[in-house]
Design a protein. Structure first.
Length: 368
């Protein structure tokens, strides 16, 4: 009887403890946000002088004020992975002081990490050999200034001083920067786990800032600044067979702009949640660049197919804001005969949980 009572109390305590689990993205052991068992999120903040407080998690939730000025709300269940959010206090959107902030949406944004299922460790830190992320300063002839990029080297990199490695050059989306793939994207964790499971070859990954002022400048930055720096300062294989170029959203368009006309330099291209605009857009002369890109493709189908070992295109289902652009672009590629692989996650939309999976799948196709 006592054993049964103890077991019941332990089970109840376990449920309560789990129900009050703070998010791993909280700062200094802050109690909120909390992840609930159904993956809904409980937010709480003290703002006694505020008249209205909301949580903006893609959808806005009105918070309820208690007598002591504490505002709280519980959201609907959320998908696993990282989610941007903001506090909206009397109409002003601000970061939550209880959460880590990441650069996204063109400003520092609060983020909350919703855990993955216990058996899904693809994006979690595991007890495996870990690579390193190195902060590299280099001089850009485009911006005429010193800039930062982040270079991931695999766990074995420092153990063999003669071995050279293939390189994945990867770009963030609009409103983000070089930090995206090493922070929100967990690129190093993904590549560590894949290498440990022998699902992908050990590789260097370079996450650089593509915010240099337009398509033509991005091309110059990649070809004349980023790649030469990496191949000079790291043991990087300097061949098309050993180079991959990828990007999400805006970075996907940059991948098309730079990679498609340079398949003699990159034998692997990854376009995540992207595609040339299906409708006319004033965005950085994108219509002009799209038309020029399509014209090049139409005249060089055989050359492109011969060079590319992997042209990987992904989308986050119909909720993805790039869905129509992606479908129209793929229709054009099919019509002219360009070979590519396509993955649709069916859900998730235009978000980092989708792009983490894109990298996880793309990396397994590289340098084989």
């Amino acid at each position: 009887m006592k054993r049964q009572l103890f077991s019941s109390l332990f089970a109840m305590l376990s449920v309560v403890t789990f129900a009050q689990t703070p998010a791993t993205t909280n700062i200094n052991m802050a109690g909120y946000p909390r992840i609930m068992p159904d993956h809904s999120i409980q937010f709480s903040i003290k703002a006694p002088e505020a008249q209205k407080v909301q949580i903006d998690l893609g959808r806005k939730y009105d918070m309820i004020r208690s007598a002591d000025g504490v505002w709280s709300v519980t959201t609907e269940p959320q998908g696993s992975g990282i989610h941007y959010y903001s506090l909206v206090v009397d109409g002003l959107s601000v970061a939550d002081p209880s959460s880590e902030s990441f650069f996204g949406c063109s400003r520092m944004m609060s983020c909350v990490e919703v855990p993955y299922a216990n058996d899904d460790t693809r994006f979690e830190v595991r007890d495996v050999a870990h690579g390193s992320i190195r902060t590299v300063r280099y001089y850009s002839t485009v911006t005429r200034s010193f800039r930062l990029m982040y270079v991931y080297t695999p766990a074995e990199y420092d153990k063999n001083s003669t071995k050279k490695y293939p390189v994945l050059y990867i770009m963030h989306g609009g409103g983000e920067d070089a930090r995206g793939w090493v922070q929100q994207g967990r690129g190093d964790i993904i590549l560590d786990n894949l290498a440990a499971d022998k699902k992908a070859l050990p590789m260097i990954m370079v996450s650089f800032d593509a915010n240099v002022g337009g398509f033509d400048k991005v091309g110059t930055e990649i070809l004349q600044n980023v790649i030469p720096t990496v191949e000079k300062d790291f043991r990087a294989e300097a061949s098309a067979d050993s180079r991959a170029l990828a990007g999400l959203s805006m970075g996907g368009m940059y991948t098309l702009y730079v990679g498609v006309p340079h398949t003699d330099m990159f034998h692997y291209l990854g376009v995540f949640s992207s595609g040339w605009f299906a409708k006319s857009s004033p965005f950085m002369n994108a219509d002009k660049e799209r038309d020029a890109n399509y014209a090049y493709i139409d005249k060089n189908v055989s050359f492109i197919n011969q060079n590319l070992k992997q042209f990987y295109i992904t989308i986050g289902g119909k909720p993805d804001i790039a869905y129509e652009n992606c479908q129209v672009m793929m229709q054009h590629l099919r019509q002219v005969g360009v070979k590519f692989d396509y993955y649709d996650s069916r859900e998730g939309g235009h978000t980092w949980p989708v792009w983490r999976e894109d990298l996880y799948l793309f990396a397994q196709k590289l340098f084989r």
